[in-house]
Design a protein around this ligand. Structure first.
Ligand SMILES: C[S@@+](CC[C@H](N)C(=O)[O-])C[C@H]1O[C@@H](n2cnc3c(N)ncnc32)[C@H](O)[C@@H]1O
Length: 116
């Protein structure tokens, strides 16, 4: 299926910049590096239009939830959806335009799975 290029996609993403992560110079080691708080760090790879990410962030407000999507044109939908929930959006939801292939540039490996 061919995707239509979103008009002003870059500007629209930039307008939600507070929700968007930049690729860090040093990979994030924990949620503290992402949002400044020590919390469980959950990751969704391929968040698409963000329905799952927004739902999870709302259900689990005490989790730092990072949603990755490789197509910026698709990410526009996700961040705008999250931003539109301004009143009930947990502050701990973040998005990154990134391919899972670059995951180790974003997150440092852990010795044990993050179970909490
Ligand atoms: C079916 S959608 C996900 C929908 C989302 N989980 C939800 O329920 O709201 C799958 C998404 O994964 C993204 N994707 C696929 N491979 C990826 C990769 N290697 N890195 C990042 N995103 C990827 C696609 O671009 C697509 O937007």
């Amino acid at each position: 299926m061919r995707m239509r290029i979103k008009k002003h996609g870059a500007e629209r993403l930039a307008a939600c910049g507070n929700l968007l992560l930049e690729r860090p110079a040093v990979p994030f080691a924990s949620s503290r590096d992402v949002i400044g708080e020590d919390l469980p760090l959950w990751l969704e790879i391929g968040c698409g239009k963000g329905d799952f990410a927004c739902g999870m962030a709302e259900k689990h407000p005490d989790v730092c939830f990072v949603a990755l999507e490789r197509i910026s044109n698709v990410m526009v939908n996700a961040v705008e959806k999250a931003a539109a929930r301004a009143d009930n959006r947990p502050d701990r939801l973040r998005f990154a335009v990134a391919d899972a292939a670059t995951l180790t540039e974003w997150f440092a490996p852990r010795d044990t799975p993050n179970a909490g």
